[in-house]
Design a protein around this ligand. Structure first.
Ligand code: AMP
Ligand code: GLY
Length: 422
């Protein structure tokens, strides 16, 4: 089969690596890809929002399966464009990707179908939002309705901060039209867990759980990022919690989308908080997480092409998902200064140390080839990932492997997965 993967981050490198393991994969294309995907696929320099150019490529290269990685093209309707041109595509259509594309939509869906989540109100008028805040309990959480690179969530400790936040989102429009509507929601406390799942419109099959580290600095200090590292499975996500979530969150969400005439096919990423009142949904994503894909897909034992085909054909009930018993830890090597200002274009050395080592993976995120050398090309540069018999062993191996790599301004957190090692 000819496969096209749309995207160019660590998630797409992890997807490409999983696809490359399938005996069904003949030729893999990645658009735009990075220096890591270049080693297993042919990179094509087309941006993820250039739907017509991508569809032309898929037709020209006789693509049998297109896999869409990032949220922007999914929410923007790339799957509709591809399917209308007869290209078999893994990912939700726009009317289902709205589960991630609009937080107001997802909150209303959860309310309508009784899916546990934080109490909230939606506002499209800043004056009404400010009035509501006057009597609201602090801390409180403000969320831009639309996509904002994971940065449209403000946790406000005081009324003053919350008022300033409304101005940032709704008046100054820091995240553009994403802030036209704002969700104001109750602040919850608890441990966060990510559960990714394959969905075929009717059936949902969950993958192994993971836990992300979103803040830039150790001890969860610093700004929110796309994710600085993570581990899988989460020891805090017990069988009992899973039973509850399957019955009260995962199946109801998929059923709700079908009942609304928006059948979801692809990956739903459930962002959960384990509160004292039980698990609640923090957010939905309509795709694999980055770096969640890295720690989950390296442990998937099924042929990923079979699983994705089952999702497209509505036959996921016939699939038994299998994951290795090993634990995985991913430590992101970033450019110092991320997620704000950072430099790029520095040569990366030491990548060959991963060659031929079974339990070690170096997923490229912000890298590119320049004059035959691999150079830094983004905030998150590499996702150094290792497998071990337990989280402690995987963690020790991942940190060991971070030492093999060098580049100017290399930065990482030193406490990834630390809280899971006890
Ligand atoms: P989201 O993009 O909705 O997942 O939010 C980003 C991050 O903000 C989450 O991973 C949480 O750490 C935090 N967060 C979001 N909503 C809440 C909430 N209601 N209470 C506490 N923290 C939250
Ligand atoms: N790592 C969080 C995300 O992909 O949304």
């Amino acid at each position: 089969m000819n496969i096209l993967i749309v995207g160019g981050g660590g998630r797409e490198h992890a997807i490409a690596a999983a696809v490359a393991k399938s005996p069904k994969a003949e030729k893999i294309y990645c658009a735009p890809g990075n220096a890591g995907t270049a080693a297993i696929a042919e990179n094509v320099p087309i941006g993820v929002m250039e739907f017509d150019a991508l569809a032309d490529l898929a037709v020209e290269k006789k693509i049998d399966l297109a896999i869409i990685g990032p949220d922007d093209p999914l929410v923007g309707g790339i799957v509709d464009v591809f399917e209308d041109r007869g290209i078999r595509t893994f990912g939700p259509r726009a009317n289902a990707a709205i589960l991630e594309g609009s937080k107001a939509f997802s909150k209303n869906l959860m309310k309508k179908y009784g899916i546990p989540t934080a109490a909230y109100e939606n506002f499209d008028d800043p004056a009404k939002a400010l009035e509501y805040l006057e009597t609201a309990k602090m801390p409180i959480v403000l969320k831009a309705d639309g996509l904002a690179l994971g940065k449209g969530v403000l946790i406000c400790n005081t009324l003053e901060e919350a008022k300033a936040g409304i101005n940032t989102l709704m008046v100054d429009k820091k995240f553009g039209n994403s802030g036209n509507t704002v969700v104001i929601e109750e602040f919850m406390t608890g441990r966060e867990v990510s559960v990714l799942s394959f969905v075929d419109g009717r059936t949902v099959k969950t993958m192994s759980s993971a836990q992300d580290h979103k803040r830039a600095k150790d001890n969860d200090e610093g700004l929110n990022t796309g994710g600085m590292g993570n581990f899988s499975p989460s020891p805090f996500y017990t069988k009992e919690i899973d039973d509850f979530c399957q019955k009260n969150i995962f199946r109801p969400t998929v059923d709700a989308m079908a009942a609304e005439g928006r059948p979801f096919k692809g990956v739903i990423f459930f962002g959960l908080m384990l509160t004292d009142d039980g698990p609640k949904v923090l957010e939905y994503n309509a795709r694999f997480g980055d770096p969640e894909a890295q720690v989950v897909l390296c442990r998937l034992e099924n042929d990923i092409i079979d699983v994705m085909s089952a999702c497209i054909d509505g036959k996921l009930d016939e699939t038994d998902l299998k994951f290795s018993d090993k634990a995985a830890v991913c430590v992101v090597l970033a450019s110092d200064g991320y997620p704000e200002h950072y430099e790029k274009g520095f040569e990366i050395k030491g990548l060959e140390a991963f060659d031929g080592k079974d339990d070690y993976f170096c997923y490229h995120a912000g890298t590119k080839l320049s004059d035959g050398k691999v150079v830094t090309n983004g905030g998150r540069v590499l996702g150094v990932t290792a497998l071990g018999d337990n989280i402690a062993e995987a963690r020790a191996k991942a940190y060991e492997a971070t030492e093999w790599i060098s580049f100017a301004n290399k930065y990482m957190r030193t406490d990834i997965a630390k809280s899971a090692v006890k």
